[in-house]
Ligand binder design. Structure first.
Ligand code: SAH
Length: 240
């Protein structure tokens, strides 16, 4: 059976008591049928992974005891994902996959053709936590609130390059060789794609590189995973 892993928003050190929220205590006792003395793995996003023993877990809460560190902290590269939210289930998918693929920050952006005007930031953040628990990660990417793409570009730090998945560039894929290392953001548009005004603005930014994701038009959720794969393999922590 896979080891139970929980994200804990609490400092971790040997002998450290760790309070459990009611939902987590219920998950351990009611869902996983775990008992006092059983061991699980916990992480808090910055202290690596720790073995922890269940001291008590019931309906209303519980407590763990942190034992020892079982894996060092591992942070993803300095990679952001900017994406225009789409339908709920597909937006959830994008956040989950971005956390698995190793991004440090997820920024939902409102574009000219964005389908959805609102997001539930707290729900999306919870999806990122679940993805980290599930994929063995020790880091949880931050999910920002929805912000207009134009405003983000107004305040953009030009030392962070943008890898722009441009559906108008669909066709043969150009190698990513030659692109510089350093902080990056991947940008994925909504179902309607980017407007002419957005396209003109992005083309004029010296820190933007557009890429093709091949000859077919991908859905935004597929495009996000494809672009993150390309970046991780050529500039990120997949490469040798
Ligand atoms: N409605 C648009 C497609 C939008 S696809 C059209 O028909 O042109 C959603 C997003 O996925 C795009 O904005 C882009 O960021 C990305 N995307 C999808 N297919 C792509 C491709 N072949 N190359 C580059 N980006 C792509």
């Amino acid at each position: 059976m896979a080891k139970v892993r929980l994200f804990i928003d609490h400092p971790l050190a040997a002998g450290q008591p760790v309070p459990l929220a009611a939902a987590q205590a219920h998950y351990l006792s009611g869902v996983m049928r775990m008992r006092q003395g059983d061991e699980i793995a916990v992480f808090n996003g910055h202290d690596g992974e720790w073995a922890a023993r269940i001291v008590q877990a019931g309906k209303r809460g519980g407590e763990l005891l942190a034992l020892d560190q079982t894996a060092p902290q591992r942070n993803p590269p300095d990679l952001w994902l900017l994406f225009a939210p789409i339908k709920k289930a597909r937006t959830d998918f994008i956040v989950e996959k971005a956390a698995e693929m190793g991004v440090s920050r997820i920024l939902p952006v409102q574009t000219d053709f964005t389908n959805s005007e609102r997001i539930r930031q707290d729900r999306l953040q919870a999806h990122a936590v679940e993805a980290a628990e599930q994929c063995g990660g020790t880091f949880v990417p931050t999910v920002d609130d929805l912000a207009p793409l134009a405003r983000l570009l107004d305040g953009w730090d030009a030392s962070r390059r943008i890898l722009w998945a441009d559906e108008a560039a669909a066709g043969p894929f150009d190698s990513m060789a030659g692109l510089p290392q350093g902080p990056w953001a991947v940008l994925i548009g909504p179902e309607g794609g980017f407007s002419q005004a957005e396209r003109d603005r992005l083309r004029a930014c010296p820190y933007v590189n557009s890429i093709s994701l091949g000859p077919r038009i991908l859905r935004a959720d597929t495009a996000a995973v494809a672009a993150l794969t390309l970046w991780q393999a050529s500039l990120g922590d997949w490469k040798a």
